[in-house]
Design a protein. Structure first.
Length: 503
């Protein structure tokens, strides 16, 4: 049988369009999503809802626009005197944001009913947009305990952009142990682009574009305020090579007083921001390195500047001090002359914290390379280019509500007025990274040596393969049916970290 060259190329491109580009890294290292599960391509909003919410391993391809809008609703809320909806501000739906002297009651705020009701996502899912998938008017929300999820190449937009509490683009309910959010675009959302809730999550947010350009801004300055917020107690988050532009606040917000979290923010590009970037709280251990700030009014909030748990790598001395803890020098951040000052913070406790997880830290690019790299690779359109660069993956050695502040029109120092009461929950045991199916990369045994590759299955009832892991990895039991080759630090997190199994 003869095949044309064009047919072979087409078949190869179609296969590539239905698989993940690259592999999960950072704190999401080892996440495989749907693995080798049969691909399901959805073409309607109902089909997507049907395949997302359970825990069956699936690779879901969204091959075009899915528009959830069209059903109008109204509800009571308020407006702001200082930044009214008629002057480029936002309405506030409900009563969570409607305390204080700056508010004006509004009896009927019109919004689209789809926004406040996100689609629920269960465990073991790969959700692919391939640069063409767009969710309009509705976001995604990982269920409490949903783990092992990949979201790549999607665009989220037009989720009630003029209405705070009109919907978030991507939310994590908590106990979400292993999620990779890569090469997506977020724009025109009423509230948060990304938000985690209360209980801990283990995440990597990489190569995404956060476009805050809007005509309905909580600060009345044309920049979206509600960028991202992580306040799960015990969150572990990698923020790598993301493009933040035209955003005014919470870019990102790390932690909350009274909670803990571990955050690695590396090689992110912040541009044209009329508000603040890092908004960090006591208890949030953050290593902030190799980031670039261009025309950013406040690289950090005043509260962040007073933190004792940040390491911002302000100079060569601080960069070299990383070597003893991380095995490499850190990368100095770059702040241009049109930006405000980035606080010079060097908390030694942060380096001690990160020394325990150094095998999942991203090896940074030089800050001088970041702007060009991120602009070329971030978001769905940069997915192909992003997959071909070694800087997308982890270092070679490793690869083997709280009060919701409402901004004033001209100041970042507004008093908190929104509130969310946290549900009572506690961390749960770590979930197997990919129990239903074999990992898509680095899995299986090495036939020449009889060893199991990184993150491959190495044991379990009725398992007949090799049980010895490659050097640097240990066969670790998750349950009677599944054991996996993981690193020592991953085993440490499983046994003693926020997802530790209670004994």
């Amino acid at each position: 049988m003869r095949y044309s060259f064009a047919a072979v190329v087409l078949a190869a491109s179609q296969a590539a369009a239905q698989s993940v580009v690259g592999s999960a890294y950072g704190f999401a290292n080892g996440v495989t999503g749907g693995g080798d599960a049969k691909v399901v391509t959805v073409s309607s909003v109902d089909e997507l809802a049907d395949v997302l919410s359970d825990d069956i391993a699936r690779t879901i391809v969204i091959d075009g626009e899915l528009d959830f809008t069209g059903t109008s609703a109204t509800g009571a809320g308020c407006d702001r005197k200082s930044c009214s909806a008629n002057s480029g501000g936002q309405f506030y739906l409900g009563d969570l944001s409607c305390g204080g002297d700056d508010n004006v009651a509004v009896s009927s705020i019109k919004y689209d009913a789809a926004g406040p009701k996100p689609l629920t996502v269960g465990s073991n899912k790969t959700i692919l947009g391939n640069g063409k998938g767009v969710l309009i008017g509705k976001g995604l929300e990982l269920a409490d305990g949903a783990s092992n999820v990949i979201i790549q190449g999607l665009e989220f937009k037009n989720i009630n952009p003029g209405v705070v509490w009109g919907g978030d683009a991507l939310a994590f309910k908590g106990n979400n142990d292993g999620v990779w959010v890569d090469s997506n675009k977020f724009s025109l959302v009423g509230r948060m682009f990304i938000v985690s809730h209360y209980a801990p999550s283990r995440l990597t947010i990489s190569n995404n574009e956060f476009d805050g350009t809007t005509t309905t801004s909580a600060s009345c300055n044309g920049n979206h305020y509600w960028t991202m917020m992580f306040y799960g107690d015990g969150d572990q988050v990698t923020l790598d090579k993301n493009y933040y532009h035209d955003v005014a606040g919470r870019a990102p917000k790390l932690g909350e007083d009274g909670t803990t979290g571990t955050f690695h923010a590396v090689n992110n590009y912040f541009s044209n921001m009329k508000g603040h970037a890092f908004d960090t709280y006591q208890g949030a251990s953050a290593l902030i390195e190799g980031n670039v700030f261009e025309a950013v009014s406040q690289p950090n909030t005043d509260k962040a500047a007073g933190s004792s748990t940040l390491y911002t790598v302000p100079d060569a001395s601080a960069a070299s001090a990383c070597s003893s803890s991380l095995g490499r020098a850190c990368e100095i951040n770059s702040v241009d002359s049109s930006s405000g000052k980035l606080a010079a913070l060097k908390a030694d406790s942060v380096l001690s914290t990160f020394s325990k997880v150094k095998d999942v830290l991203v090896k940074p690019l030089a800050a001088s390379e970041v702007a060009a790299h991120v602009k070329a690779h971030a978001g769905p359109t940069g997915l192909k280019a992003s997959s071909s660069t070694p800087s997308k993956v982890v270092d070679d050695e490793a690869a083997t509500a709280p009060a919701e502040e409402v901004p004033a029109a001209t100041s970042e120092a507004a008093a908190p007025v929104e509130s969310e009461k946290p549900a009572t929950s506690s961390p749960v045991a770590a979930q197997p990274v990919a129990e239903p199916s074999s990992p898509s990369t680095g899995s299986g045994s090495d036939s020449s040596s009889g060893t199991v590759a990184a993150y491959g299955q190495c044991g379990g009832n009725e398992f007949t393969g090799a049980t010895k892991c490659v050097s640097g990895y240990t066969c670790t039991k998750y349950n009677d049916w599944y054991s996996q080759c993981i690193t020592a630090s991953a085993k440490f997190r499983r046994n003693f970290g926020p997802f530790a199994k209670k004994r």
